[in-house]
Design a protein around this ligand. Structure first.
Ligand code: NZQ
Ligand code: ZN
Length: 384
């Protein structure tokens, strides 16, 4: 096991009815900016419940944070927050709203152009405190210190991290996820699945407990994911999915182990140029990525085949083939297609995707930093 430092300061309020406890988590007298997306939280009544729970605070609202939140939109919130002397932010929504709110929190006190936080990894030296009410289990953003922001001008989708952008708290009420469209339920399962794979399916590091945690989380997604589509109002199913997605990317299973993330980096370019949902990009890239890198990942692919998919028959190569095939079939069964052609993207699009990777410095990816542009091209070609 590798050395690590692990600290996760986000308080989780988990379960039905936890919205009622929101007020106790926010400093008395705070001037709060509630941030949300395209209006699902208005329709579902979650926004009204939030406002009722916070009736004793000064509340302002900022709506319209889009899926794959954009710098252009978020800067409007930054201006509003500066003008109104906002001192607490509350994100109500999915990963896009929470990521967007993380950027707003860091950009408000930032001196100079806040885009530098993404383009140059400029240090975040302070951030406005914020909390989250999660409505879509997928990204883990509710309990981590990452955010991914898109700039429309330039087609850039870039990530940043800072210890200052952990949410102070997140409310995870599984009943809030009953209204999710099937596409978003499936996206959430695929995204969480690939987060686990990025931290698990590398090379053996004698990290027995991280491996067993990761396998448990993968199995939970395999067992419960399809049920959420079949019986959307099953509390136990939703609760298990919600907590799994959070644990998939809150630092726990990634502590002390090598990490990959190449699938995500290729995926971000597919979103930036072709607008695919984040999880759709992962479903396309992951099976091809595992195929191209099967030699380096051999030991872990065999472990994954046996412990996650129960594949024990055949020689080693057959077992690896079966594990990759089962992974693809799992995504397809959730109605998330796994080929570029399924999204109307032909091989003529690949050079531009590779050029984007180069422009963003994504030239040495993966747990060995040896996924270069040649290999990334092979992955896109195999995903056609
Ligand atoms: O905008 P509204 O109207 O709220 O509708 C949203 C949106 O259209 C809707 N929705 C959310 N909760 C709902 C609901 N509809 C009905 N009922 C509910 N309860 O779902 C749509 C998608 O929402 P979005 O927030 O975009 O989805 P997700 O949570 O999958 O977030 C995706 C974003 O997170 C980033 C992705 O790149 C992408 O930008 N990621 C963030 C990560 C992190 N911070 O650690 C890691 C991930 O790998 C990922 O990159
Ligand atoms: Zn992801």
């Amino acid at each position: 096991m590798q050395n690590f430092s692990f600290h996760n300061p986000t308080r989780i309020l988990f379960g039905q009815g936890q919205l009622a406890n929101l007020a106790a988590e926010i400093p008395a007298g705070a001037r709060i900016l509630i941030t949300y997306g395209g209006g699902s939280v208005v329709k579902t009544g979650t926004l009204d419940e939030v406002k009722t729970a916070l009736k004793d605070f000064t509340l302002l609202e900022f709506s319209g944070i889009e899926p794959n939140p954009t710098y252009e939109t978020l800067m409007q919130a930054v201006e509003l927050a500066r003008r109104e002397r906002i001192d607490f932010l509350l994100a109500v929504g999915g990963g896009s709203v929470i990521d967007g709110t993380k950027f707003i929190a860091a950009a408000i006190p930032f001196e100079g152009d806040p885009w530098r936080i993404l383009s140059e990894h400029a240090a975040v030296v302070s951030a406005i405190p914020f909390g989250a009410v999660l409505t879509l289990p997928a990204t883990g953003s509710e309990m981590n210190n990452f955010a991914v922001i898109t700039r429309r001008e330039g087609n850039d989708k870039l990530a940043f991290a800072s210890p200052l952008i952990f949410p102070r708290f997140s409310v995870l009420d599984p009943t809030r996820t009953y209204t999710l469209p099937p596409r978003q339920v499936a996206n959430g399962v695929v995204d969480a699945f690939v987060h686990i794979v990025e931290q698990y399916l590398t090379y053996p590091a004698d990290a027995k407990v991280q491996d067993r945690f990761a396998e448990g989380l993968l199995l939970t997604l395999i067992e419960e994911g399809p049920k959420a589509l079949q019986t959307p109002q099953d509390y136990a199913v939703r609760a298990n999915l919600m907590w799994t997605a959070t644990l998939a990317l809150n630092g726990l299973i990634g502590a002390g182990v090598p990490q990959d993330w190449a699938t995500h980096m290729l995926g971000h370019e597919l979103t930036a140029l072709h607008g695919l949902d984040h999880a759709q990009t992962l479903a396309v890239v992951l099976p091809a990525m595992l195929q191209v890198r099967r030699t380096q990942k051999r030991a872990k692919l065999l472990q994954y085949a046996e412990r996650v998919w129960g594949v024990r028959d055949g020689d080693e190569d057959m077992r690896i083939d079966a594990a990759i095939q089962r992974t693809r079939e799992f995504f397809e069964a959730l109605q998330v297609p796994t080929r570029l052609s399924d999204y109307g993207i032909g091989t003529e699009a690949i050079p531009a995707l590779v050029a984007q990777l180069e422009r963003h410095g994504m030239v040495a990816l993966g747990e060995h930093q040896n996924v270069d542009l040649v290999e990334s091209r092979q992955v896109f070609e195999l995903a056609a």
